[in-house]
Design a protein around this ligand. Structure first.
Ligand SMILES: Nc1ncnc2c1ncn2[C@@H]1O[C@H](COP(=O)(O)OP(=O)(O)OP(=O)(O)O)[C@@H](O)[C@H]1O
Ligand SMILES: [Mg+2]
Length: 397
């Protein structure tokens, strides 16, 4: 079982490459599904197979050819399936606040709900072993990061907030409702969240197991795109995901020799060399700019052939765990791969059995093994790509 994420900045070629990978894997005999996590879906358009798409309009998973399915997550449908009680409560809350009911329905789909729906499907396929390979065509980088951070955020919410809220609603709910017009969630709302959480159980382990899940960053040889790819590389490491390839797409081929493109070609070469230096610990695959847009199975097939000549895309191309715990004499340490950062950008706090690492607006809660939870951190050092945090003695916390 493999899960492969294709992500990167808007418009770099994620959907096209994810779709082409699906075709290649299906041909190699893997039962494959390509799932689009982007709300602005374009996966169906990439396949451009009108007849099949119309015939299977009602299906969640559309079969494109032998061994190959595609799925565009439909949030409204997933909400009916998984979220009814939570959604109903939020809608009633918004309705009471005087919002138009149509608007209330729209915004009751709160941020993160789409990603959770996608995770629910993925975990179901993993549990039921429905496919050999799940390819995720991700939304542009920022949203993909929200997607991979959700399991830890939910875990945190369930551990710290959920029980408290549920008990509070039970005890104080009737009193509050007598004095205020705000509806208090009934227990079915909490039960719904508990059920969702049970359905998601284990997904964080699946996403951070490099034997199962790897991320491939799609980029273009341009300054701003490469910069964003570096940040994405670091953030995926922060969330414990293994990146096993960087794909540089839309390279002008040598055969383009018009003077008009000279400056473009020179700057592309510069950024390809830079990218090769930056991402030297993972394979870099290159794809030329085709003479036309890549749509339909024929075009995708051509792309797959150039991208994966002699390569099986289901293989793992790096197994390096983004972080690991080690014992060195009397001290324990956590080493974490965090490239492209200076120490000023990293914030660290230890809180009981959790280590909280912040970088920019992103936060990662790392659950510490029991042996470390009662120790105190005795130093952190950033050397090259590695952040090393040491733990010693008994904790004061
Ligand atoms: N190597 C290439 N040669 C020619 N056209 C390409 C190439 N790669 C992608 N394209 C075209 O560029 C357009 C954008 O590609 P695609 O939709 O795959 O990008 P994306 O990263 O998924 O975009 P979004 O962020 O909007 O989801 C498509 O029309 C696609 O056919
Ligand atoms: Mg796309």
């Amino acid at each position: 079982m493999r899960i492969i994420l294709y992500t990167g900045k808007g418009g770099v070629g994620k959907t096209t490459i994810a779709a082409a990978t699906g075709i290649k894997l299906a041909e190699l005999g893997y039962k494959t599904i390509v799932i689009s996590l982007d709300v602005a879906h374009s996966l169906r358009d990439a396949f451009d197979n009108h007849e099949k798409l119309v015939r299977q309009r009602e299906e969640k998973q559309i079969q494109i050819r032998e061994n190959l399915w595609i799925q565009e997550i439909n949030v409204q449908e997933a909400i009916v399936e998984y979220w009814n009680d939570v959604y109903g409560y939020i809608r009633s809350l918004l309705n009471r606040s005087g919002l138009d009911s149509l608007v209330a329905e729209e915004i009751a789909v709160f941020p993160g709900m789409e990603e959770i729906c996608a995770l629910l499907y993925i975990n179901q396929y993993v549990r039921e072993k429905s496919y050999d390979v799940i390819i995720l065509d991700c939304a542009p980088t920022g949203e993909s990061l929200r997607f991979v951070s959700i399991p830890t955020t939910l875990e945190w919410y369930m551990r710290h907030i959920f029980k408290l809220e549920r008990n509070l609603a039970k005890v104080a709910g009737p009193v509050i409702e007598r004095v205020s017009s705000v509806p208090i969630p009934r227990d079915n709302y909490f039960q719904n969240i508990q059920d969702l959480f049970d359905k998601l159980e284990g997904i964080d382990g699946v996403l951070t197991d490099p034997k199962i899940t790897t991320v491939r960053l799609v980029t273009n040889p341009e300054k701003i795109v490469i910069k964003e790819t570096q940040r994405a590389f670091m953030y995926f490491c922060l969330y414990g995901l293994c990146i096993d390839a960087v794909i540089i797409n839309r390279i002008f081929p040598d055969s383009v020799d018009s003077a008009y493109f000279e400056a473009w070609k020179r700057s592309q070469q510069r950024y390809i060399t830079e990218a090769t230096d930056y991402f030297s610990d993972v394979p870099i695959w290159k794809v030329n700019l085709f003479t036309e847009e890549i749509v339909g199975e024929h075009g995708l097939h051509r792309l797959a052939d150039t991208l994966y000549s002699g390569i099986n895309p289901a293989d793992q191309f790096s197994e390096e765990r983004p972080y690991q715990f080690q014992k060195m004499g009397d001290t324990y340490q956590l080493s974490m791969r965090l490239p492209f950062l200076s120490k000023e950008e990293i914030g660290l706090t230890k809180h009981g059995d959790e280590l909280i690492i912040t970088v920019g607006g992103f936060k990662q809660h790392i659950a510490l093994p029991r042996t470390l939870s009662n120790k105190k951190t005795s130093g952190a050092k950033l050397t090259g790509n590695q952040l090393v945090i040491k733990f010693e003695g008994e904790s004061r916390i």
